[in-house]
Design a protein around this ligand. Structure first.
Ligand SMILES: Cc1ncc(COP(=O)(O)O)c(C=O)c1O
Ligand SMILES: [Zn+2]
Length: 403
């Protein structure tokens, strides 16, 4: 479908030591220092076929940005991306923050923004010859790997915490993935996945341990710019587990600025975590460049239960470079934010997405965000994946079935 277009991918560069690598073969992390690799593009070449004025004529998926994505031949696509941005008029008025926007990622093909990263990573892994793909997942990424693996005709293995949402397990099984349940959280699942994968020669598609999921996530940044007519919001609030979306959007803004499609003004990037698992918030407040693992993490938002994010140094770098902050919110605040988004905006948010509204409330009260700023919240997935969460809303003092 895209054979007439060329990806402008040129290579891979380590985000820690700067070493360069070829992008022509399967690779995970930097062979020199073990850290995250970023794809680099020849941006001059991009502009020979892609002008921002032409974008409205392109397909309404993230593949409209073909030249800025790493795939050479064909995309494994289920229609991901180009999710709507809504103005949250009622909530904005209540909060005294009238320029409030929500990007609704819940309508992606697998129900969350994880579709983006896995569409791109599976496409690239397939064209580079991978046959079996494996990863640990809190739930949603595994479901997306299962779906895109099915579309690509590749075997997939997903290692999930035993306590992951039932719907994510069902998604994996429906798509024919091999699902392995592991006691503990995503870090335990990660150790298991790595051990098995090394033994059996699977390609590891863990968050930021291969270079291309973040390329899919950066398209959220492209879309925010395009959909808001190339004027970025002043603040973006993102629910941060492994941090791929936050890091990806920032990388996307870098590329847009170098293309001259946006100016030098950037949003402050705000990472929201749970008070029950806040390694990035703690490191940010201590002025550290690395995050110590969080002990005994446990929040109702599975995607935020990431005690030791692999790309901690990149998350902290983005927050600081952008002039943002990191903030944590409680499960109770998450639950009441799910209710508010559902009742006032018609958006049934996942708990991770609802955490961004709770974070906004906290930061407005602390006057770290001013009500005059334009603020965009990422609702990273659909509440439909978490039917049990309704019980939580009941205990928050207000049953959703009563009016
Ligand atoms: C719905 C949802 N939101 C947010 C996150 C956190 O994403 P990231 O790893 O990009 O920080 C996850 C990750 O599992 C998720 O499933
Ligand atoms: Zn390196």
């Amino acid at each position: 479908m895209h054979r007439h277009l060329d990806s402008a991918l040129v290579g891979l560069k380590c985000t820690a030591c700067g070493a360069d690598f070829s992008a022509d073969e399967l690779i995970n992390v930097c062979l020199n220092c073990g850290k995250v690799l970023f794809a680099t593009y020849d941006l001059e070449r991009v502009t020979s076929t892609l002008h921002k004025e032409d974008l409205p004529l392109r397909e309404r998926t993230l593949w409209r940005y073909w030249e800025l994505l790493p795939v050479a031949t064909s995309a494994v696509s289920l229609g991901e991306g180009m999710t709507p941005i809504f103005r949250a008029e009622r909530l904005g008025a209540q909060l005294g923050c009238p320029r409030l926007f929500i990007k609704e990622e819940g309508i992606n093909p697998t129900g969350t923004f994880k579709s983006r990263g896995l569409s791109v990573a599976v496409s690239r892994a397939k064209e580079l010859g991978a046959e079996i793909l494996a990863m640990p997942s809190a739930g949603n990424a595994g479901a997306a790997l299962a779906a895109y693996g099915a579309k690509a005709g590749l075997e997939t293995w997903v290692f999930m915490p035993a306590g992951a949402p039932e719907s994510n397990k069902v998604q994996c099984q429906a798509h024919g993935a091999n699902l392995v349940l592991v006691e503990g959280l995503i870090d335990a699942a990660g150790r298991e996945s790595q051990k098995e994968g090394e033994k059996r020669g699977w390609f590891d598609v863990s968050t930021l341990k291969e270079p291309y999921r973040v390329e899919g996530k950066k398209t959220m940044g492209f879309e925010i710019a395009e959909q808001l007519s190339w004027r970025l919001p002043e603040v973006i609030i993102y629910p941060t587990g492994g941090g791929t979306g936050l890091i990806g959007m920032w990388k996307g803004f870098d590329e847009l600025e170098r293309l001259g499609w946006i100016g030098t003004e950037r949003p402050r990037m705000i990472a929201v975590q749970s008070t029950a698992c806040a390694p990035i918030v703690r490191a940010f407040e201590e002025g550290a460049t690395r995050a110590e693992p969080w002990a005994a993490a446990h929040t109702i938002a599975p995607g935020l239960n990431v005690p030791a994010p692999f790309a901690d140094y990149l998350i902290l770098r983005v927050i600081r470079e952008s002039g943002g902050v990191a903030v944590s919110v409680s499960d109770q605040e998450i639950l009441s934010s799910i209710r508010d988004l559902a009742r006032d905006e018609g958006i049934f948010a996942c708990p991770e997405g609802a955490a961004t509204l709770a974070g906004l409330r906290t930061l407005l009260a602390a006057r770290i965000i001013s009500g005059s700023e334009s603020v965009l919240l990422l609702n990273t997935g659909s509440g439909l994946i978490y039917p049990g969460i309704l019980k939580g809303i009941g205990t928050a003092g207000d049953s959703i079935t009563e009016e």
